[in-house]
Design a binder for this molecule. Sequence first.
Ligand SMILES: [Zn+2]
Length: 271
Amino acid sequence: MNLIILFLFGLGLVWGSFLNVVIWRMPRGKSVADGRSICPKCKHVLAWKYNIPLLSYVFLRGKCAYCHKSISIRYPLIEFMTGIFFVWWFAVGFNFFKLVGSPWSYIQPVFWLVTGLVMFTILVIDLLYMVIPFGLNLTLFSLALAYRVGLTSFGIMNSADFFRALASGAGVCLLFVFLQAVTKAVKKVDGFGLGDIYLAPSLGLLLGWPKILPGMFSAFVLGSVVGLILIATKKKKMTQYLPFGPFLIIGTAISLLWGSAIWTWYMSLIV
Ligand SMILES: [Zn+2]
């Protein structure tokens, strides 16, 4: 048990290290599979011993071995978080998402692990660069669609729910297009990026109906609260763009975990 957890944590660190590469290269239009990692400051190719997830950062005391400039805390942080995510997935998520019938008892947990990694990557890239690479949106959408089509054709999900999930995605997509047009007309800023609009259909497929509602509600509440705090503390101006992707991802995660409970509670209030 402890060995498995240690192994998964290590595996998560390695994946986190790969996500760091994706996060650095994708917004710059560089190929993810393109050669060895370099120091972003001195461009020196990193020897393998300086590229060990988490450990190299600790041993180098956060400084590049070649130019001695500091390495962003972001790299070990993302590795550590991915490691924790793998352990969480094994301890909690695996049973949470598990379906009984083979082969879905294996496909389902692996699907949510991979989907979680893609969502986490989108969150970090949007936070850092205010852009969601189209390739990542396409990956997430393909995953979600293949998964739902698979579930439906195996009879685990009924076709009415499948169409409701598709409609949820289309609805959120249209809502964002509308809000984008309104903010553009009223405030002369892009309230929603194209990346958010492309992200919407995937969220509909992942959450389905009615979980899309608590998901979007959480995203808008979080976005407003954080936005107001940033304006109040003068870190952002009213007209400045705040990436919405991270809130959409966090809202989706909240609804995946607690959406049914939130929805039942909400319905008990109004009925
Ligand atoms: Zn360097």
